[in-house]
Design a protein around this ligand. Structure first.
Ligand SMILES: NC(=O)c1ccc[n+]([C@@H]2O[C@H](COP(=O)([O-])OP(=O)(O)OC[C@H]3O[C@@H](n4cnc5c(N)ncnc54)[C@H](O)[C@@H]3O)[C@@H](O)[C@H]2O)c1
Length: 349
């Protein structure tokens, strides 16, 4: 199949491209490199030994995007491009609605115009009501507490209405929980150019001395150790879910949502402890106050994805931590900042 991957140079998109290429599909990446580097595309080709076509295009640039649709007949689109920081979305909702929502509408306009009827969309667990009962099922009430989450929700609603009106259209909404880890080759992983949005980049910044210390937001929740509980999933497992979703989309029309998580909740302190243990390194952290808007516990029911997509995650929390740190060490070496690792490491960097 020929697949257009928007945001294909990003953290998750690059792993999706590797899985697509390994499965024998052709990949065309559209990315504006606002939160990624062109060098990632070379790495994707190096890891897979396959060619990738790409264009430095913003998905809100309809004219530039149309040139691509006019030149290639795609079988499907995997749509990951967008802005993803909750805090930034509170400061700049206009940018978030424009990029995420308008960008998606333009993409779908062109899909219709050029007869592409399948799309896999990167949604998020943030669309679920903060008081959802865990494990969270896809049928749980949807209500997001941030502008970022509401752009995802608005796009989901848009797709539901679109498929109701156009019965031959196929949309798979993938609701990611907390992707972490890096490619097992050690060659690729998260390298946020913008403010990081997730726990692990902050944790690794604290270990490597880029930040003084990791702040854990609250230890007085009603959980195993008082810290928040999340569903961490290895980014490679997550990427594989997209391939299964692509095959599902080829055989089904309509709009269907699937959770992609590990299905297990781990606390923030359990993650820190596991990271420290498997990498034999100390993680400097302190307990801070609860952060406004954080929910105590969130983890997925993944039985729908298992049943309908035939997908299941395989990687453990230990593997997520090992792969993440291996990638971080490579990055630090590239940046010649070994000396800045200030906390005692039992392993040679
Ligand atoms: N990482 C997570 O924890 C997480 C969780 C849930 C959902 N998601 C969603 O998954 C998708 C991918 O996330 P990621 O973690 O890989 O993020 P990322 O920032 O690493 O990747 C997004 C990519 O899209 C590109 N991009 C951004 N705006 C664009 C635009 N207007 N036009 C073209 N390219 C653009 C960026 O340069 C980047 O390469 C996003 O839609 C995000 O909202 C991520």
């Amino acid at each position: 199949m020929k697949v257009l991957v928007t945001g294909g140079a990003g953290y998750i998109g690059s792993m999706v491209c590797i899985e697509l290429l390994n499965e024998g599909h052709d990949v065309f990446i559209v990315d504006n490199f606002s939160n990624s580097e062109m060098g990632t595309i070379t790495k994707i080709m190096g890891i897979t030994g396959k060619m990738v076509q790409y264009a430095n295009v913003d998905i809100t640039d309809r004219t530039a995007l149309e040139v691509i649709f006019r030149s290639y007949q795609f079988d499907s689109v995997i749509h990951l491009a967008g802005k993803k920081s909750v805090s930034e979305s509170i400061e700049n909702p206009l940018q978030y609605y424009y990029d995420n929502l308008i960008g998606t509408v333009m993409l779908v306009q062109l899909m219709q115009q050029y007869d592409v009827q399948s799309i896999i969309f990167s949604s998020s667990a943030t669309v679920y009501h903060p008081a959802s009962i865990c494990p969270i099922q896809e049928t749980a009430t949807l209500k997001s507490s941030s502008p970022y989450g509401r752009t995802k929700l608005a796009i989901e609603n848009f797709f539901r209405e679109l498929t109701a009106a156009h019965s031959n259209f196929s949309v798979v909404l993938l609701r990611y929980f907390n992707p972490i880890g890096a490619h097992s080759s050690g060659e690729m992983g998260e390298k946020p150019l913008e403010v990081p949005n997730n726990l692990l980049p902050y944790l690794m910044d604290a270990v490597s001395g880029k930040r003084p210390i990791l702040e854990v937001f609250g230890n007085d929740y009603d959980t195993v150790d008082g810290s928040g509980v999340r569903d961490f999933i290895h980014v490679e497992d997550l990427a594989k879910g997209h391939i299964k979703a692509l095959y599902y989309s080829m055989q089904n029309t309509g709009c269907e949502a699937f959770n992609l998580g590990s299905g297990t909740g781990y606390s923030v302190l359990q993650l820190i402890d596991t990271f420290a243990k498997v990498n034999e390194i100390d993680v400097p952290y302190h307990i801070g106050l609860r952060r406004e808007g954080d929910i105590p516990v969130s983890f997925a029911d993944i039985s729908k994805a298992q049943r309908f997509l035939g997908w299941r995650p395989n990687k453990t929390l230990e593997e997520m931590c090992i792969d993440a740190w291996r990638w971080q060490l490579k990055l630090l070496k590239e940046q010649h900042v070994e000396a800045q690792i200030v906390f005692p490491s039992k392993k040679t960097v």
